[in-house]
Design a protein around this ligand. Structure first.
Ligand code: HEC
Ligand code: HEC
Ligand code: HEC
Ligand code: HEC
Ligand code: HEC
Ligand code: HEC
Ligand code: HEC
Ligand code: HEC
Length: 471
């Protein structure tokens, strides 16, 4: 929506504002003054805004009857309280790809970050700079290959794109100009016809658009769950989730200001750690600002400026914990991430590479061979679970759903499947690992000897270096 359009709307909204000021008093003097304003507004803005004004009022009158649920969500919202009406968000320009004529007004059903950004510039800029905004671009990745080749188009739409965001397609024959295969969609990195990325209602459920709702872990839980990124489950099992659900009435979720440690203190939510204000930093809509590791890829690496990012997260923790406690957490977490990297992910990756380079795979297509699935689940599901569990205090995900699964499938799926090719180079690689790598030598030694090494602390020393923060 252009600024010109917005200013016309602002004027056309004036009578409504005046009406709402005048209504509670109900006195004749006030009403008369209101009428004056209405006339003034109409006169100064000309005929264009007069039709804009009547259209704006009609939206609510009719929708109150035709879609009362939607109307009431809006009516109870901060937007209604501040006279932000249907047409402020849905009003469209001639030339907008998704504009259509509706009850005499040019509107669009989509309300993109660009539209919200006319009034919320800061939040919109931060969303646009965040990793979230890139989530719709993944469709070229190997994951999307899996969706389209192994699964099929309908699953890509209702699955992947529902979380990541679809590229919204225009269909001139559709009543709202939106192609059914790409809308409804409120994916986090949706590619909108106006060039903007994302969808604010991914977290801010319409039409209440309330902060209280977005502060809850459920706001993130639609996407951040399941076998490959179980943040919701990890949070629920953690002491933090525990404390949140136990003390939910003390969380002050409806407060306008929400600074951790001051306005609430019983527990952090996802938003607290990744977005919300702490005593020393403001709220940000860029969810990557406080993260030091990449915990998604086959092998984790440190992010750019990771020290600053880590400090920002730690500044949240220290609202409730001492800094030695927080340092201890990071020490333990770095240990698990690097354990996964060094003991399992790196050798597994090398074995897979050798298999590919030697041309051993029967089917030429990606994911056409069992060993590819084994490797995939090892890093994409089990390895991520271990890393996410350790970073967000979920011990069951760190071990039973994490490193335990990684180890079992490394030793008893990946290695046997790799050996089944009968290739001398692959076999040599595996033999070398089991014979010479201190992490893996245990397999060929007697149990009693290993137990003695655990008791003496020798076994633990193999792992000491892993706790050092990586560069
Ligand atoms: C006279 C009644 C009436 C008025 C006035 C009206 N609407 Fe609607 N509108 C409807 C009905 C009924 C539907 C649902 C149509 C359907 O179910 O297919 C609708 C649908 C919509 C949709 C969804 C369209 C889609 O198919 O995706 C939007 C957005 C919308 N209205 C916004 C507005 C706005 C903004 C205004 C004011 C400019 C407005 N409406 C005025 C009755 C009205
Ligand atoms: C603060 C901005 C905002 C306001 C105000 C607003 N809407 Fe919406 N509306 C949205 C967003 C965002 C969507 C989701 C569209 C998308 O996916 O881009 C939406 C979707 C819709 C839809 C289609 C989705 C569905 O569930 O059927 C209708 C209909 C609709 N709005 C009607 C209205 C009406 C009527 C009003 C006024 C009572 C209104 N809206 C006020 C932002 C707004
Ligand atoms: C339930 C919601 C959901 C579904 C369904 C889903 N994803 Fe994801 N995906 C996510 C989330 C959340 C992340 C980020 C996880 C993290 O950071 O731990 C992610 C991460 C990714 C990544 C890694 C991005 C990166 O830069 O490292 C790719 C690629 C990806 N998904 C592709 C897909 C594809 C393709 C599909 C369908 C086959 C799919 N996803 C299905 C939610 C989903
Ligand atoms: C990843 C989820 C998420 C997305 C996406 C998101 N928000 Fe938010 N937003 C939140 C949370 C959580 C809060 C409340 C944080 C708090 O109060 O600590 C919030 C708060 C806000 C606030 C209140 C700010 C304040 O200072 O009180 C506005 C305005 C807002 N969001 C607008 C937007 C707009 C516009 C978009 C799209 C461009 C958007 N949000 C996308 C999660 C999200
Ligand atoms: C015409 C201007 C305007 C537009 C367009 C607009 N907003 Fe708002 N929004 C406001 C005003 C005014 C407030 C109330 C004052 C404040 O909190 O900043 C508000 C408040 C909010 C809040 C805080 C609500 C709370 O619980 O305190 C959120 C979240 C929000 N808007 C999100 C959105 C999203 C998402 C969109 C687009 C779908 C949007 N807004 C479009 C003006 C607008
Ligand atoms: C509609 C789905 C969806 C919702 C809702 C959602 N996310 Fe995400 N999130 C994703 C996807 C998908 C990714 C991976 C991004 C990519 O592939 O580009 C991601 C990535 C992230 C990342 C990693 C960012 C980085 O820079 O590496 C964080 C942190 C995150 N989300 C936190 C949150 C929080 C906190 C909330 C709730 C307030 C939330 N998300 C809500 C889908 C979602
Ligand atoms: C107590 C604070 C805290 C809470 C609560 C929390 N997280 Fe995290 N989160 C972290 C830390 C710490 C990391 C790892 C940071 C690093 O790499 O330095 C992390 C990492 C992540 C990542 C990045 C994963 C990747 O693959 O790179 C995502 C996504 C994420 N969290 C989402 C969530 C969601 C969703 C919730 C709520 C269900 C949540 N977090 C709750 C602290 C928290
Ligand atoms: C709003 C306050 C608050 C914030 C912020 C917070 N925590 Fe906590 N944390 C708690 C509470 C309460 C407990 C439970 C203490 C107990 O076990 O008695 C807890 C427990 C823990 C535990 C112990 C888990 C266990 O199972 O014993 C760790 C580790 C932890 N927090 C780390 C962090 C880190 C790291 C951050 C920042 C990324 C953080 N916390 C942010 C309140 C908070």
């Amino acid at each position: 929506m252009s600024n010109k359009r917005r200013s016309i709307l602002a004027i056309s909204r004036l009578p409504l504002l005046v009406f709402s000021l005048a209504a509670p008093a109900g006195g004749t003097v006030r009403s008369a003054r209101a009428l004056c304003f209405v006339l003034l507004a109409c006169l100064s803005a000309g005929a264009g805004s007069a039709s804009g004004q009547s259209a704006a009022g009609k939206c609510m009158t009719c929708h109150k009857e035709k879609s009362p649920g939607l109307y009431n969500q809006w009516f109870m919202s901060k937007h209604a309280m501040h006279n932000v009406t249907c047409i402020d968000c849905h009003g469209a320009e001639r030339g907008d790809a998704d504009a259509f004529l509706h009850e005499g007004a040019l509107i669009a059903t989509l309300v993109t970050p660009k539209d919200c950004g006319a009034c919320h510039a800061k939040e919109t800029k931060e969303v646009d700079e965040s990793y979230h905004a890139t989530a719709g671009l993944i469709l070229e990745s190997q994951d999307a290959y899996m969706a389209h080749a192994v699964g099929g188009y309908p699953a890509a739409i209702a699955g992947c794109e529902s979380c990541h965001g679809a590229k919204i397609k225009i269909d001139p024959d559709s009543p709202n100009k939106l192609a059914r295969e790409s809308w409804p969609n409120s994916g986090i990195g949706r590619l909108n016809p106006d060039g903007s990325k994302g969808s604010c209602s991914a977290c801010h459920t319409r039409h209440s658009f309330s902060k209280a709702q977005a502060r809850r872990p459920e706001a993130c839980g639609k996407c951040h769950l399941g076998p490959d990124h179980p943040q919701k489950e990890i949070y629920e099992e953690s002491k933090h989730g525990n404390a949140f659900f136990t003390h939910i009435d003390d969380m002050n979720l409806d407060a306008d200001r929400w600074v951790v440690g001051i306005d609430y203190f019983e527990a952090p939510t996802c938003a607290t750690c990744h977005m919300s204000a702490s005593p020393t930093q403001p709220l940000t809509h860029d969810v990557g600002k406080r993260i030091s590791w990449t915990l998604r890829p086959p092998i984790s690496t440190m992010k750019e400026n990771w020290r600053d990012k880590r400090k920002s997260m730690q500044a949240v923790c220290t609202a409730c914990h001492g800094s030695a406690f927080v340092d201890g957490h990071y020490y333990q977490m770095d240990g698990v991430v690097q354990l996964y990297n060094k003991k399992f992910a790196e050798p597994a990756g090398k074995i897979m590479k050798t298999i590919q380079e030697r041309g051993l795979l029967e089917n030429p297509s990606s994911f056409g061979n069992k060993v590819e699935w084994t490797y995939w689940e090892l890093w994409h599901h089990e390895g991520r679970r271990a890393r996410h569990g350790a970073s967000m205090m979920g011990p069951d995900y760190t071990w039973w759903h994490g490193i335990y699964d990684v180890a079992q499938h490394f030793y008893f799926k990946l290695l046997p499947e790799a050996r089944a090719f009968g290739d001398p180079e692959v076999d040599a690689r595996i033999d070398d690992l089991l014979a010479n790598d201190p992490f893996h030598q245990w397999m060929r030694r007697p149990t009693e000897e290993i137990k003695a090494d655990i008791r003496s602390g020798k076994m633990q020393r193999f792992y000491e270096d892993l706790f050092q923060p990586a560069e």
